[in-house]
Design a protein around this ligand. Structure first.
Ligand code: MN
Ligand code: MN
Length: 270
């Protein structure tokens, strides 16, 4: 059986507003995944050593640092994979990459429900005069009108502008200050899950560019990924910044999330 879930690295961090470094994440997440300190079983018991479940496609290679060009390359690369009926998990890179990745998914699926787990709503119309900022991907997606729902979890940085944007786009937000009810989240359309590692409290995941205290525990995040009702068809794990990490702790967290996401996609699409 040919593996139907592909993992692809997207080493692009040129749209980061505060600190670069997340482009170095994909190889370190792979290294953590294969670390002898753990194994390749998901919590559900799926054996990811087995052939036929998933395959690593390596990293997208960029020729330069022009955002528009890189986004074109990301969208084309992702769409080529999806067009053959395969599912995809992308490893960032900063969160700006979710816009071309989701744009490709929406071309294939027509509509989607989006579960976005993050400290930040990433709904800026633009930030620092950059419409492609890592603080703006979900504004770009919602403007297209193609997403059925955007549900955000872990948010704790809402300002006036982003509150207005959320209202305008009908975003459903589970803020950290009132996080109950995650297990009741239920989707009717195919679900794409975008995971910004800074959704976690920096105590659990120090390897991020934006420390935002008061976040999710790793346990809460895993339960969120595995707990919603619906069919997961794709995901990204972004914003791991090795420059800020201690003892590869955050790389291990990202690798754990990768295992859980692959397993959920596998179980949901058999
Ligand atoms: Mn983000
Ligand atoms: Mn964030």
């Amino acid at each position: 059986m040919k593996p139907s879930i592909k993992v692809i690295g997207v080493p692009d961090d040129i749209n980061s507003s505060f600190m670069r470094g997340s482009k170095n994440a994909p190889p370190l997440i792979r290294e953590a995944l294969y670390s002898d300190s753990s194994n390749l079983f998901s919590e559900s018991g799926l054996d990811l050593y087995q052939n036929g479940i998933w395959e690593d496609l390596g990293d997208i290679e960029f020729s330069g640092e022009v955002a528009v060009e890189n986004f074109k390359k990301i969208k084309t690369s992702i769409k080529d994979v999806l067009a053959t009926g395969q599912k995809l998990v992308a490893l960032g890179g900063d969160h700006s990459i979710s816009w071309p990745i989701l744009d490709a998914h929406l071309d294939i699926w027509n509509t989607l429900d989006i579960l976005h787990i993050d400290a930040h709503p990433d709904l800026y119309d633009n930030l620092l005069d950059n419409k492609l900022s890592h603080a703006s991907p979900f504004a770009r997606i919602m403007e297209t009108g193609r997403a059925n729902r955007l549900v955000q979890v872990g948010i704790r940085t809402l300002n006036k502008h982003q509150r207005e944007q959320a209202e305008k786009f009908g975003v459903e937000i589970y803020q950290m200050r009132n996080i109950e009810g995650l297990s009741a989240i239920s989707f009717s359309k195919p679900v794409y899950c975008s995971i910004d590692v800074d959704a976690l409290d920096p105590a659990y995941a120090p390897g991020v560019s934006h420390f935002e205290p008061g976040g999710l525990s790793t346990r809460q995040l895993i339960d969120c990924i595995n707990g919603f009702k619906g069919r997961l068809i794709g995901a990204d794990i972004v914003e791991y910044n090795p420059k800020r990490d201690f003892h590869n702790l955050t790389a291990m967290v990202a690798a754990k999330l990768l295992k859980e996401v692959i397993a959920r996609i596998y179980h949901d699409n058999r």
